[in-house]
Ligand binder design. Structure first.
Ligand SMILES: Nc1ncnc2c1ncn2[C@@H]1O[C@H](COP(=O)(O)OP(=O)(O)OP(=O)(O)O)[C@@H](O)[C@H]1O
Ligand SMILES: [Mg+2]
Length: 463
């Protein structure tokens, strides 16, 4: 057990550093050392120690200054024991006021040191016992929508109102918020026995999208070697999902509008009319109103699609669901990746709650998966999420209002894709404090690609 605990000693007296380090290592702890407050701060960021033994009088940065920095940067101060010179009670009291756990008066005997360290670390064990056990919630894993926040409950109400009609639904929201999940839930609640058919308008080449949707007869165009049933027909009375509807070519938008109005269509090259009986659920993470203004989306189609609209909120707006989502996603990791995580500490949950989640639930899912696969035992701790940058993207009121809303990209001026890409990459880099690994992950590109773009666009940290 001891060897999992990390202790950081910060003291400018090398002989003290060495003797405490040797002694605590012999007790089975992992020990790191730093010679002043500045080195100490770097070590805390890097190693996330469970406990800090902190001298007060040091050059460069004192123990009290380090405490203040830590308090400002991290939501929760690591367990800290101050080591004060005899007679410096005043500084000790100030340290306790700043949140230090205890203080020892120098010179500190090794036995006293050991006792104090052990007792302090026991408080962490107690906190960990209060952690959430995945089994406390006995329902087995099911790939379904989770969340009880009022914003989610509104969505469920809208979905249940769809029963018994075929109204077209527009589902919109930022990337990774769960729009596809909502589309599936609509299907499962309204026409579960009928087909669920999806098409991603951004992924199908524009010259093929018509035949994908309407189908075609043999010989209708070069390459049409056999007839093919279109998705509008294949869906029968089920749900047809048009993902990334903003990317549908204008010409196809016109044709789709007609299908929605007339409930009839002709496969490419055919004179035989077919009926459309399904429900269309269109999905977008773009602001369609903005695209209408710039002539890239048909207003009449928008009105037809927007009969019922569902806004899927960004995760930062329904953080009350975080714990439930975390438990669900751990079960999912256990199920899909065969990991065997049994619990998550309160400290880890607090940390996840302080993060702003620019990539929303998809990012949370990836973080849990990553942490679960790499966990050394069956518990996820704060350390398991060391790859998420603390502080910089914490969910403070300020970062919350600055968080990327998808409406934010609607500048009055019209941008080239090139300029838009540049500004967006810059935006994410700033948001994540130039943490390139995380930026690449959020943007869904590789690290070398990100480096190439940074160079190409001449992006620098101080811009
Ligand atoms: N409310 C939720 N409960 C449980 N899992 C969720 C929820 N919302 C999203 N997820 C999970 O998060 C991931 C992303 O969700 P989904 O693909 O539906 O997002 P999206 O909004 O369509 O994203 P994008 O805009 O990038 O296409 C999926 O693995 C999904 O299972
Ligand atoms: Mg999606």
């Amino acid at each position: 057990m001891n060897n999992e605990r990390k202790i950081l000693i910060v003291d400018d007296d090398t002989s003290i550093l060495r003797s405490y380090q040797k002694f605590l290592e012999s007790e089975g702890y992992r020990v790191f050392v730093a010679r002043d407050g500045r080195e100490g701060f770097i070590a805390v960021e890097k190693e996330h120690p469970d406990l800090i033994l902190l001298d007060i009088n040091m050059p460069v940065k004192t123990g009290l200054e380090l405490l203040e920095d830590l308090k400002r940067t991290f939501d929760k101060l690591p367990l800290t024991i101050m080591m004060t010179a005899y007679g410096d009670l005043d500084a000790a009291v100030r340290a306790m006021n700043l949140g230090a756990y205890d203080f020892l008066t120098k010179p500190v005997g090794l036995e006293k040191l050991c006792f104090t360290v052990r007792r302090a670390l026991e408080t962490i064990s107690l906190a960990e016992k209060a952690a959430y056990f995945i089994d406390q919630d006995e329902t087995p894993y099911r790939d379904t929508i989770v969340g009880r926040d009022a914003l989610m409950v509104d969505i469920y109400k809208t979905i249940s109102s769809l029963n018994g009609n075929r109204a077209t639904v527009l589902v919109y929201g930022e990337s990774g918020t769960g729009k596809e999940m909502v589309a599936r839930a609509i299907h499962e609640n309204t026409s579960p026995k009928e087909p669920f058919v999806a098409i991603n308008c951004a992924a199908v080449p524009s010259n093929l999208i018509e035949s994908e949707l309407m189908g075609h007869v043999k010989g209708a165009f070069t390459g049409a070697v056999a007839s093919q049933t279109g998705k509008l027909e294949a869906v029968r009375g089920g749900t047809l999902v048009l993902d990334e509807i903003s990317e549908m070519p204008l010409e196809m938008q016109t044709k789709l509008l007609r299908v929605i109005q007339e409930k009839k269509f002709y496969p490419v090259g055919s004179t035989e009319q077919k009926l459309f009986n399904g429900r269309i659920v269109a999905i977008t993470n773009k602001n369609l109103t903005e695209l209408i203004e710039t002539g890239r989306f048909r207003q009449d189609l928008f009105y037809r699609l927007n009969v019922i609209s569902i806004k899927v909120p960004p995760l930062r707006d329904h953080l009350s669901d975080l714990k439930m989502l975390v438990v669900h996603l751990i079960k999912k990791a256990n199920f899909v990746e065969k990991t065997s995580i049994e619990s998550i500490t309160q400290e880890a949950l607090d940390f996840l709650g302080s993060y702003s989640w620019p990539g929303n639930i998809r990012e949370l899912e990836n973080a849990i998966l990553n942490a679960s696969v790499n966990a050394k035992d069956k518990v996820l701790t704060r350390d398991s999420f060391a790859f998420l940058v603390p502080g910089g993207v914490a969910n403070t009121a300020q970062t919350c209002t600055e968080a990327p809303k998808f409406e934010d990209f609607s500048h009055g001026e019209l941008l080239t894709l090139h300029e838009f890409e540049k500004r967006y990459i810059e935006h994410v880099l700033k948001k994540l404090n130039w943490h390139k690994g995380r930026t690449a992950e959020v943007l869904g590109i590789t690290r070398p690609t990100l480096d190439k773009r940074i160079e190409e666009y001449g992006l620098t940290k101080n811009d």
